[in-house]
Design a protein around this ligand. Sequence first.
Ligand code: NAD
Length: 511
Amino acid sequence: MVTEVSSTDDVRAKAENALARCGVELGAFKGDAITARTPVTGAALFGLRADTPADVDRAVEAAQAAFLDWRTTPAPARGALVKRFGELLTEHKQDLADLVTVEAGKIRSEALGEVQEMIDICDFAVGLSRQLYGRTMPSERPGHRLMETWHPLGVVGVISAFNFPVAVWAWNATVALVCGDTVVWKPSELTPLTALACTALLDRACTETGAPAHLNQVVLGASEIGERLVDSPLVPLISATGSTRMGRAVGPRVAARFGRSILELGGNNAAVVTPSADLALTVNAAVFAAAGTAGQRCTTLRRLIVHADIADTVVEQLTAAYRRLPIGDPFQDATLVGPLVNEASYDRMRASLARAVEEGGTLCVGGERQLSDVAPDSFYVRPAIVRMPEQTAVVREETFAPILYVLTYRDLGEAIRLHNDVPQGLSSGIFTADQSEAERFLAADGADCGIVNVNIGTSGAEIGGAFGGEKETGGGRESGSDAWRAYMRRATNTVNYSGQVALAQGVDFSR
Ligand code: NAD
């Protein structure tokens, strides 16, 4: 049991020290437009200035000017910048993890994991800088060569969410930089400090490697600052991570000016548990996936679809594990569940739990606030499990809080139908020891998500694969595999060395 919470002064001091070590002169950013808060105590830490729409325009213009140099810098030399950045991230891993805990409330291990994810994507991007391969294809015409080349695209606008305040930006920025693009970053208004620290480290890497200044710009502010970026004709690609509500606003605006977007939006992730599943493994994996990060991951497990014969046993074991979860100060090593980001999150959780009960659900555990006596402005909560008789309206929505709905099924086809019968399509899993069940889940008529796992929970993806989801999750892909192609412009080149005019498809235009 975790019973104490750090004082706001301690949290503020941690933030100040981490920022100073990363090279941020906080005084330069002080103001009264944005309040940097910590969910650890719920208190305000610093007042910061916000950027104006005109500042966004200036940042985009500076990034565009830098792009004109950067696009002709050889890709392996661009990789050298990202290599140095990765080294600085390694050096400042603790500092950045401190800031992630201060602003997003992540427990130590997850905060360190998030920074490790940045370091991993730097390694990936450095390798990629020597592998931006184009294809050559056989031409149908004699004496002709047909090939594809990939060129830098321009300024990439990155809009990020509070719950992955640094990793998602790094997925985008490191890949975009080796692709020859430059970046303007609009972080969540809830996590400006981590953004300032990352930007300072990247600026230092630029100076040390001789890369052009202004390759990465950060603009602070709320949605109107994001909107300015979204509407900028100088930004050919917007990569936006956040709620489906945000994506619904951003997607059409970018499309209206024929820009491209990568949308990484809300999830409503489910796992199917079959009778052959290893229950100890399943329960362990499900507790992390559903309660980890206090239910505030896009990939959080929100629905567990369990075979009716084992549902009582699974719910009993999960409930017992939930009762033992140490909830509290994320800076303490014993803690596994930190705070919700703010009061609005807690209110949404309470409202969804009330609706679930109205819709026929039975609350098995959780939902009650913790530690409000020692930190009255914070919102720690015991993760909740609700058994539902069917997939009702509330279950089909994403509530960004730790609520796990348990549904039952009798046959695997029914489980897959339930699994897919939600508007979102991010991450999924099946727990089974039966290979044919696993294969059915992975097949074309199986789970309809961008991430489909076997004997693994829905959260905690590795950077090597492409990350993203279908349907209302937005369809974007970021991070590993061939996601880099979205950050480049493809040109198809045909070279005629035959000395004759030869038209494709046998067209004869001779006179
Ligand atoms: P949010 O949608 O409130 O905000 C995300 C970002 O979008 C913020 O920077 C915000 O200022 C900006 N924004 C909001 N409206 C905008 C607009 N109209 N134009 C431009 N920018 C706008 O999300 P949040 O509360 O920070 O994060 C939680 C949500 O993000 C959840 O739904 C979660 O599932 C989702 N998420 C998805 C992924 C993914 O990869 N699919 C990853 C992390 C979080």
